[in-house]
Design a protein around this ligand. Sequence first.
Ligand SMILES: [Ca+2]
Length: 93
Amino acid sequence: MSDINTAIALLINCFSRYAGKEGNPHTLTKAELKDLLQNELAELLGKASDKSAVDKIFKELDSNQDNTVDFAEFGKMIFCLTVMCHEFFVGKK
Ligand SMILES: [Ca+2]
């Protein structure tokens, strides 16, 4: 598999693993998002796991305001983080 195929498969897998913990297995609740941020993104986001930070991130990600984060909404965050990392690695910022 190509690198990008692998990355996409890993993202889908990771999302499903957390989304499947409670409620709808295809969307993240706030608690599931918190777990995901803490376990998978702590290096990138630092202390994004305290309650007010999680509340803020959840609200920003839930663009259709249905009180869950679906894969498309999650994907937007991953895309933003990828752009941030790219800027960091190519030394633009
Ligand atoms: Ca949503």
